[in-house]
Design a binder for this molecule. Structure first.
Ligand SMILES: [Zn+2]
Length: 301
């Protein structure tokens, strides 16, 4: 399948360079390539498991792979775009993660849209009532979509819901929050745990404030893996050029500062990164490229 996709991308690019194409032809070819990628994304690329150095298992639960386009990027020059997005788009994904701790606890980090979540959990023999803790990186709907069912009832009867204080304050305020967030807070009212996360350690998981994308955006460190939430949306662009922001950021200047700070920390500590919008397998290692950016190598599939 990947060979066919590669060939189609090759022709799309070839047509770009020989200039004998129409824009529609190129778009059609690229769309065809992604359409071919889509079926491969179901089942085969929805989950992936990695064991940390201390034996905690981190499992990717993907809602699917997708392609993003340059219209959401802030600060990407035409040169950056042509260098990092030769096909006109960047690969992305929507992910949540399950942690199976050495003590037998089940911890979710985010819940994605909630579309593939329960099927993915089932693959590992995990049902909703087995989830002990849910850690929320931030309250955007592609991260908290699995918390309530279609009737607004909570999906995880036994789980405690952890989020940072600034995130709770912003999203529980009717003037700044969302209806979805307020419904979630109401449904989980008796199970809510609000930060400060920098003082909170759950088992061997440490919460690290990572503001900018949202006011209380939080990353979670599990042994040698940092689950960094939405520190990037366009890996292909924001790894070599971390100064490029996205329109989804609440405060893009702060988001860039946080991204740079975390990347420095990650490379110094030689950590693996797991991200909610990192394409399959959703985890990998960034290394400094000596030009202020990073080269990202995904974990071996
Ligand atoms: Zn997101």
């Amino acid at each position: 399948m990947y060979h066919i996709v590669k060939i189609i991308f090759f022709f799309a690019l070839k047509l770009t360079t020989t200039l004998i194409y129409t824009k529609t032809m190129k778009t059609t070819l690229i769309m065809l390539a992604f359409a071919l990628l889509a079926p491969a994304a179901v089942g085969q690329t929805n989950t992936f498991s990695y064991k940390t150095k201390r034996g905690n298992e981190i499992i990717l639960l993907s809602e699917g792979q997708r392609a993003g386009n340059a219209s959401v990027l802030i600060g990407a020059t035409p040169e950056i775009i042509s260098e990092t997005m030769p096909g006109g788009s960047y690969p992305s994904a929507t992910n949540a993660f399950l942690i199976r701790t050495v003590h037998g606890k089940h911890i979710l980090i985010d819940t994605g849209f909630g579309k593939e979540l329960f099927k993915n959990l089932q693959q590992y023999g995990v049902t909703a009532d087995m989830i002990d803790i849910i850690l929320i990186t931030h309250m955007h709907s592609d991260h908290v979509g699995g918390l309530l069912d279609e009737n607004g009832k909570k999906q995880f009867p036994n789980a405690q819901l952890h989020l940072s204080a600034p995130e709770y304050e912003y999203y529980s305020n009717p003037n700044t929050g969302s209806e979805q967030a307020i419904a979630i807070f109401n449904a989980y009212r008796d199970k809510l745990k609000i930060g400060p996360f920098n003082e909170l350690e759950i088992g061997s998981i440490k919460a690290i404030p990572a503001p900018g994308h949202t006011p209380g955006h939080t990353a979670f460190l599990i042994n040698n893996v940092l689950v960094w939430g939405d520190i990037t949306h366009a890996m292909a662009v924001q790894m070599p050029y971390p100064q490029v922001a996205v329109t989804y950021d609440y405060d893009s200047k702060q988001a860039i500062e946080t991204r740079l700070k975390l990347l420095e920390f990650i490379t110094k500590e030689k950590l693996i990164v797991a991200g909610m919008h990192i394409p399959y397998p959703g985890m990998g290692t960034p290394v400094a490229n000596g030009k202020g950016g990073y080269i990202f190598t995904p974990l071996e599939k």
